[in-house]
Design a protein around this ligand. Structure first.
Ligand SMILES: Cc1cc2nc3c(=O)[nH]c(=O)nc-3n(C[C@H](O)[C@H](O)[C@H](O)COP(=O)(O)OP(=O)(O)OC[C@H]3O[C@@H](n4cnc5c(N)ncnc54)[C@H](O)[C@@H]3O)c2cc1C
Ligand code: FES
Length: 230
């Protein structure tokens, strides 16, 4: 178990939680979090937002029972973290855009810190959060809210690579936008998970190379390989 050192409300049901300890992890990997004994049964997968010498930070949105429990945790409360799991984003070089939608913005902060000199595009339903923090780690930050989608303001042909995480319709649209261009895209899927370690098949996704486990073979895949459900 590790101690919470921050659990800050950011608005729109989103929180930034920092946990003390010496943690490992690459951009796009996730941890399985639990802050309860027996119920709910399953731990919850949450992406690494940032790691430093004090600990690890997660950006999460309250959806159901598990994330609601996280939101009630106070400084010095304890939480159990297992990981890091998943493959993470592949390191690339060139002109790079990171594109996040909703809580899918979470893994992109560490990606920007690691790759440097990226442009970041973030789409929010209502309110822009952590604007200064994201601006600090990129060359140019673009944001949208409400009915303007982040895909409306992005010219994919300006970039060699797009790295994205967010709602499936957004990622599907981005994959279709790079078709017939030179731009390559990596997508981080957020399929429902149970075990998080490749044992239960709950998270299976379809790819051109057959069925894959999102938790173990992913969550990051090359966009051209993913077969999105209609
Ligand atoms: C690889 C990965 C990284 C993620 N990173 C983040 C992040 O950084 N921040 C964040 O806020 N959310 C993230 N999510 C989504 C997050 O895991 C779910 O919102 C969370 O599990 C919901 O749990 P709950 O108990 O609040 O909701 P409930 O609906 O009560 O959960 C019921 C069950 O369904 C699973 N579940 C529900 N929604 C999701 C979902 N979208 N994805 C996966 N499992 C789900 C839960 O884990 C749980 O087992 C990520 C999901 C995946 C797969
Ligand atoms: S969540 Fe169990 S195999 Fe992926």
């Amino acid at each position: 178990m590790n101690k919470i050192i921050e659990n800050k409300f950011l608005g729109d049901d989103m929180y930034l939680m920092k946990v003390a300890g010496d943690f490992k992890g690459k951009m796009g990997q996730f941890y399985m979090l639990r802050a309860w004994d027996t119920y709910p049964t399953l731990s919850r997968p949450i992406s690494i937002f940032d790691i430093d010498s004090e600990g690890i930070t997660f950006l999460y949105k309250v959806f159901g029972e598990g994330t609601k429990i996280f939101s009630k945790l106070k400084i010095n409360d304890e939480i159990s973290l297992e990981g890091p799991y998943g493959n993470g984003f592949t390191e690339v070089e060139g002109k790079i855009a990171l594109v996040g939608g909703g809580i899918g913005i979470a893994p992109l902060y560490l990606v920007a810190k690691k790759l440097k000199n990226c442009d970041i595009y973030l789409g929010f339903a209502n309110k822009v959060i952590l604007e200064d923090e994201y601006r600090e780690v990129c060359d140019n930050l673009y944001t949208t809210t409400g009915n303007t989608f982040i895909t409306d303001i992005l010219d994919v042909t300006k970039y060699d690579y797009i790295l994205t995480c967010g709602p499936t319709p957004m990622m599907k649209k981005l994959v279709s936008m790079v078709e017939n261009t030179e731009t390559k895209i990596q997508v981080s899927l957020e399929n429902h998970m149970a075990c998080g370690v490749g044992a239960c098949l709950v998270c299976t996704c379809k790819t051109t190379n057959g069925n894959k486990k999102t938790c173990k073979d992913g969550p990051v895949f090359w966009g051209e390989d993913v077969i999105f459900n209609d």
